[in-house]
Design a protein around this ligand. Structure first.
Ligand code: GDP
Ligand code: IMO
Ligand code: MG
Length: 428
């Protein structure tokens, strides 16, 4: 099973980091193909807890080659900071490869991200403030800086000056901010060039050759389907393709190479930042999920909005991504609830709607139609086979499986690396 894509099914933070780590020892390459340090993946290994932002979670597994491919936007300062922090904890980071075509997040992208959000006021997206949107905007606008530009000072200078031209007018005249000096940006980027050089590669070629020689490559998505710039709840999305198609354009691997698409889905739903969220809870049930699931952002520390499982979203994810397997995470968080509501459809302006509505206003107004499932009280964190789960937990999983459009192949029952029930092998 050589090429496997792993993506988020909802609005992020489903536990993709843990799922990648679960497969880590059986894969040769782990590729981050979209987003940047807006991601936050917590991986718990025994007593050690790692928080990864820019680096793919596969970096924690010995022997794996981690790859940052062309679809990623790279904040180089953050990159070295993360590498140093991992090295200091004994993680071997020497194999990391970075695409020469990946774009760079600079000081001006971070500044513009923050001032734009402030300017939007009530209409703000609630971005992570890491410069992600402005860096992708420059890429699409053809004024981006790529990793390879760091190795040609005069080209770099021309490009930075070009990119800053219009931005400085905007900063000065619209946002009432100081202009940013091209010299400072260039000097800032150049200081990393020599340290970066040995990691820089034609990662599309490297991955192609790896697949040709029978190696296993895992493409690890950041963010999630409902945050995808094309298929998510636009404009309340991130600025990249977090769906399985993003693994193709974001890495240079052809679509017909992909053998399996794994979607990680939480047993309930969370979201950080603004935007529609039909099953969001504003009562003590929401507080229960937040405190029991420890739903606070790994990147920004913001409390996550919490709600019940939304089956139409899972079906949408299954369709858009071609999901072959779901990994259902955080089932243990639901322990102790008398009944567990699951959204099976929506009511929009008095009509029943079974799938995610194409109209954004309809989705904003969609009211969940719930079906209730009986809960369980038994501690399930020690379960290692499906039969170990209480009957009601088994029935909840089986009901979600029927509603969600693909089989549920693994179930998370706790944050630890070992806390998982595998029903079907994810790689064979
Ligand atoms: P990611 O961004 O998709 O990688 O997810 P995050 O790391 O941001 O958030 C998922 C959180 O849930 C992390 O703190 C994980 O340690 C934790 N987690 C993952 N799987 C499980 C699970 O099955 N049960 C519990 N209780 N926690 C889990
Ligand atoms: P992982 O990979 C959850 C959200 C932000 C905001 C919107 C746009 O950990 O699942 P951006 O900074 O990307 O321009 O912000 O997207 N967001 C995430 N939410 N998990 C993430 O990543 C996210 N990355 C971005 O909160 O609403
Ligand atoms: Mg996260």
């Amino acid at each position: 099973m050589p090429a496997v894509v792993l993506i988020g099914a909802q609005w992020g933070d489903e536990g993709k980091g843990k799922a990648t780590d679960l497969l880590g020892s059986r894969v040769d390459y782990v590729v981050k193909f979209n987003g940047g340090n807006n991601a936050g993946h917590t991986v718990v290994v025994g007593d050690e807890k790692y928080a990864l932002h820019l680096l793919p979670s596969g970096i924690l597994t010995e022997g794996v080659t981690p790859v940052i491919s062309n679809g990623v936007v790279v904040d180089i300062e953050v990159l070295f900071h993360e590498l140093e922090a991992l090295s200091a904890r004994g993680v071997d980071v020497s194999k990391l490869l970075v695409s020469a075509n990946a774009h760079v997040i600079t000081h001006y992208h971070r500044t513009i991200d923050k001032v734009t959000e402030r300017f939007l006021g009530k209409r703000q997206i609630g971005t992570t403030g890491r410069g992600i949107g402005p860096a992708y905007a420059d890429k699409i606008n053809r004024v981006g800086i790529r990793i390879q530009d760091l190795f040609d000072e005069s080209i770099l200078r021309q490009k930075v000056e070009g990119a800053l031209d219009a931005k400085n007018h905007l900063l000065l005249k619209v946002f009432n901010r100081r202009a940013i000096s091209a010299d400072e940006v260039v000097a800032d980027l150049l200081q990393y060039a020599e340290r970066l050089r040995p990691m820089v590669a034609d990662t599309a070629l490297e991955l192609h050759q790896a697949l040709e020689s029978g190696k296993t490559v895992l493409f690890e998505g950041g963010q999630a389907t409902m945050l995808d710039v094309d298929h998510g709840t636009y404009p309340f999305v991130t600025s990249s393709n977090a769906t399985s198609g993003g693994a193709v354009t974001g890495s240079g691997i052809a679509p017909n190479r992909i053998d399996r698409v794994i979607a990680v889905v939480k047993a309930y739903t969370t979201r950080v930042g603004a935007g529609p969220f039909p099953t969001e809870l504003f009562d003590e049930s929401g507080e229960f999920l937040r405190s029991k699931g420890f739903e606070f952002g790994t990147t920004t520390g913001r409390p996550r909005r919490c709600g019940w499982y939304d089956a139409p979203i899972a079906r949408y994810t299954a369709r858009i991504n071609g999901v072959t397997d779901f990994v259902l995470t955080k089932l243990d968080v639901l322990t102790g609830l008398k009944t567990i509501p699951v959204c099976v459809a929506y009511e929009v302006d008095g009509r029943r709607v079974d799938e995610v509505p194409v109209s954004q206003s309809d989705f904003h107004h969609a009211k969940p139609i719930y079906e209730e499932f009986p809960g369980w009280d038994e501690d399930i964190t020690g379960a290692r086979s499906f039969e170990d789960l209480p009957k009601n937990a088994q029935d909840y999983v089986l009901a979600l499986e029927v509603m969600s459009g693909s089989r549920i192949s693994a179930i998370g029952v706790g944050p630890d690396r070992e806390a998982v029930v595998v029903r079907h092998d994810l790689l064979n």
